[in-house]
Write a protein that binds this ligand. Structure first.
Ligand SMILES: NC(=O)c1ccc[n+]([C@@H]2O[C@H](COP(=O)([O-])OP(=O)(O)OC[C@H]3O[C@@H](n4cnc5c(N)ncnc54)[C@H](OP(=O)(O)O)[C@@H]3O)[C@@H](O)[C@H]2O)c1
Length: 338
């Protein structure tokens, strides 16, 4: 099969299209034909091994490969079709259209991927193309996890920092669907996008500082490494909740003190990724509560350009690669925002 591979850490040009053996499913595994895979900030970080959050550099490097990457095919989020299943698989049959996460096994940048049937795999939303569906699991699962942990009540004021990113854009939609009044913070080029997703107010972080404004919030969800912790805690209402999805070590330590000694609660957590949550997202998507935002779809052979697009931060929504260009164009109109 064809796959985008890399054998050393570095810039986008370390990515190459190569012929590699097609994996075969074991007894309790499924073989999925990948129709589209999201190119994420995390993929770029795995490729370059440059992290804005430094504390997990060493454990991650040991897990991923000290000298060179242990797994040569990147890609954690995909949509595709089950082509064959192992003899003891009961959840899937060939022909099922699915989307999901490979986790640290990676491998979604190939034409085929093998996963255990218990991996985070869910039914692909019927009202989405493969490209649109591939853009959901990262942002959708993480946002669902944090918005649930926030325990949002209808009418609450929710601030989302990094609202135009993969996770933030899903958080805007989920918080909005929970009845919150959402204030989004991001670069001004994303204002139109996040307002269309449900944000009522917008703050451009390049010109304005939300921590000097007169507003207070019940919930702050922060995806930005290095944001001003003390000043953001100061923007919470009494009993407010601060959730950080991209915390530096200092935030991890301070979160314990804030939760223990003040009336505010700080949550720093990595989201779990499960098939059950993907099925929940499928329900929300088919009910029209969540849309997919695809910025551009690249053929797999142009994966390096797709990485450049993600790293230049000019994208509006998800960047997706596809082995089959016929799967490319998203059905919705979000690309017209460009
Ligand atoms: N906790 C978890 O479970 C978890 C899971 C997956 C990923 N992550 C990590 O979370 C991070 C974000 O993920 P993502 O995929 O959503 O990234 P993303 O798509 O790059 O989104 C980040 C957004 O934040 C914006 N931003 C940058 N600086 C800002 C600032 N000072 N104030 C407000 N907004 C700002 C960016 O805008 P610009 O375009 O202007 O830069 C971008 O729109 C990644 O580093 C990833 O590794 C955490």
């Amino acid at each position: 099969m064809k796959a985008v591979t890399y054998t050393r850490y570095g810039g986008p040009d370390v990515l190459h299209l190569a012929d590699v053996p097609t994996p075969a499913p074991g007894d309790r595994e499924v073989l999925i034909r990948v129709r589209a895979a999201e190119v994420t900030k995390s993929d770029c970080e795995f490729r370059s091994f440059r992290y804005s959050v430094k504390w997990f550099w060493l454990p991650l490097r040991i897990a991923v490969g000290v000298i060179r990457p242990r797994r040569s095919i990147l890609g954690m989020y995909f949509a595709g079709e089950v082509v064959s299943v192992g003899g003891r698989v009961t959840r899937f049959v060939p022909g099922d259209q699915v989307y999901g996460c490979t986790g640290l096994r990676l491998g979604a940048y190939g034409e085929y991927v093998v996963l255990p049937e218990g991996a985070a795999i869910g039914p692909k939303p019927r009202n989405m193309t493969f490209a649109e569906a591939a853009a959901v699991p990262l942002g959708g699962l993480n946002a669902l996890h944090f918005m649930r942990r926030a325990g949002i009540e209808p009418g609450e004021q929710v601030l989302i920092n990094g609202a135009g990113g993969s996770i933030g854009a899903h958080a805007v939609q989920i918080a909005h669907s929970m009845g919150a009044h959402v204030t989004a913070v991001d670069h001004r080029i994303k204002e139109d996008l996040v307002r269309r997703l449900g944000a009522s107010d917008f703050v451009d972080y390049t010109t304005d500082d939300v921590t000097t404004m007169g507003r207070r919030f019940d919930v702050i969800f922060d995806m930005v490494a290095g944001s001003p912790y003390r000043r953001l805690i100061g923007k919470l209402q009494p009993g407010g909740r601060y959730l950080h999805g991209n915390p530096r070590l200092s935030v991890l330590l301070r979160s314990v003190l804030t939760t223990r000694f003040t009336d505010k609660t700080v949550t720093v957590a990595f989201a779990s990724e499960t098939g059950e949550d993907l099925a929940k997202l499928t329900e929300m998507i088919e009910a029209g509560e969540i849309q997919s935002i695809v910025d551009r779809v690249y053929p797999m052979a142009e994966a390096a350009d797709a990485h450049r697009r993600v790293e230049t931060e000019q994208r509006l929504g998800a960047v997706v690669i596809t082995p089959d260009e016929r799967d490319g164009p998203p059905a919705d109109g979000f690309r017209n925002l460009e």
